[in-house]
Design a protein around this ligand. Structure first.
Ligand code: SAM
Ligand code: SF4
Ligand code: SF4
Length: 371
């Protein structure tokens, strides 16, 4: 078993300033990257703070009381986020996911949702607007989020057993409160709701079946995510990854499953239906089965860095353009040029990297750019 190395580095300092190309790129909604992948999905991180300390994402030893979070002045304002999002939409984005950190910690988030809900795709349709949350504030906020124009939510929940869940969020947060948040979201019409469970072998894999039983027949889609080597602080080890194939086998042994087709191109989850027709589950195999070939996701950090891959070590800083007087056409062209140059496919390449390649690598944190 290899030793854990937890390097102390600040990923936020590594970036290149986005440049306006000499020839502006007119938006057609059909932008492709260097591997021909379209731009469809924009994930926007609205805060780098969180009230949980999940060990796989914001381990307490690093994200302690002395950790320097971004000052408020460096966060993009809602108007700035909407302006950037408008350019992304003109180049083909159809879906926006708000994330973080914990997005519901950002004050007045409903105002941003209202602004984004007013945008239209190049075909004139409303965007698909969703949000990923740890659920802790959902009970309080579900109704106002829906009223602002949010369509659905994804709630992260790593187990049903209260002691397992309290240990995984590492702030002793009770599972009952998240379950109440999910109920409130259902009552508010924020569906179809997805629940994401990160599976760590030896930590919460005994929660797979209780979770599958609990959400079967509720209309909620439970998705199991392989524990990923994102960031540089979680001390990731391959032996703590439980391959999705094993998740499916374990569930299938008790609750028979049949494989379903993908719901949309670029969809990260492999879908499985309960054989008795009582709903579906999904598995996201970011480690054991790469899905880079149709990855259509861009990520915008809280302070305006554009990341082209979850495993990127470098962002493209849009803020000098946003705050430096660039026109919308210039900002949109800079974004287009960055996407056109994109060739990231980390998960596909992971298998050919040395086994310790992800230990100590300079890489952006998940809590900074969101999932
Ligand atoms: N705080 C919100 C939440 O937890 O839903 C949103 C941000 S969180 C970074 C987004 C998603 O990333 C969550 O579903 C979380 O479980 C997942 N995540 C974080 N670190 C991960 C890791 N190392 N491997 C797999 N998933 C991870
Ligand atoms: Fe917070 Fe979400 Fe990361 Fe957990 S996964 S520490 S809830 S940002
Ligand atoms: Fe997309 Fe990067 Fe994940 Fe591949 S590794 S699917 S390119 S985010």
């Amino acid at each position: 078993m290899s030793e854990r190395v937890i390097p102390l580095i600040d990923q936020r300092l590594v970036n290149t300033v986005a440049r306006v190309p000499t020839a502006l790129v007119a938006p057609t909604g059909l932008l492709g990257d260097a591997l021909g992948r379209p731009l469809r999905d924009l994930r926007i991180s609205v805060t780098d703070r969180c009230n949980f300390r999940c060990s796989y994402c914001m381990p307490k030893e690093i994200f302690d009381k002395d950790y320097a979070y971004l000052p408020h002045s460096s966060l993009l304002t809602f108007e700035e986020i909407t302006r950037v999002a408008t350019q992304f939409v003109a180049h083909g984005v159809q879906k926006i996911r708000l994330t973080g950190g914990e997005p519901l910690l950002r004050k007045n988030l409903e105002i941003l949702i209202e602004q984004l809900a007013a945008l239209r795709t190049t075909e004139g349709r409303p965007l698909d607007i969703t949000l990923t949350t740890n659920g802790s504030l959902l009970k309080r906020k579900a109704a106002s989020l829906k009223a602002a124009g949010l369509q659905r939510v994804t709630v992260s929940l790593d187990g049903l057993d209260d002691s397992v869940f309290r240990a995984m969020n590492d702030v002793d947060f009770p599972v009952a409160d998240v379950l109440e948040g999910i109920e409130a979201a259902q009552a508010a019409g924020l569906g179809p709701i997805k629940v994401n469970m990160v599976v760590k072998r030896g930590t919460n894999d005994h929660q797979i079946l209780p979770m599958a039983r609990h959400f079967k027949g509720t209309g909620i889609v439970l998705r199991f995510i392989e524990y990923m080597d994102v960031g540089a602080t979680n001390g990731w080890r391959m032996d703590e990854v439980l391959p999705s194939a094993e998740v499916v086998q374990r569930i299938h042994a008790e609750l028979p499953l049949v494989q379903l087709g993908a719901s949309a191109p670029g969809e990260t989850a492999e879908r499985w239906g309960h054989a008795d027709g009582s709903g579906e589950i999904g598995v996201i195999s970011s480690v054991t089965q790469a899905f880079c070939s149709d990855c259509n996701r861009a990520r915008l950090s809280t302070e305006g860095q554009l990341y082209l891959c979850l495993f990127a070590s470098q962002g493209h800083d849009l803020r000098p353009l946003i705050r430096g007087g660039a026109t919308d056409a210039e900002l949109g062209s800079a974004i287009a040029a960055i996407w056109q140059g994109r060739s990231d496919r980390y998960s596909e390449l992971r298998a050919s990297l040395p086994p310790d390649a992800s230990t100590g690598t300079r890489r952006v944190e998940m809590s900074y750019i969101g999932g």
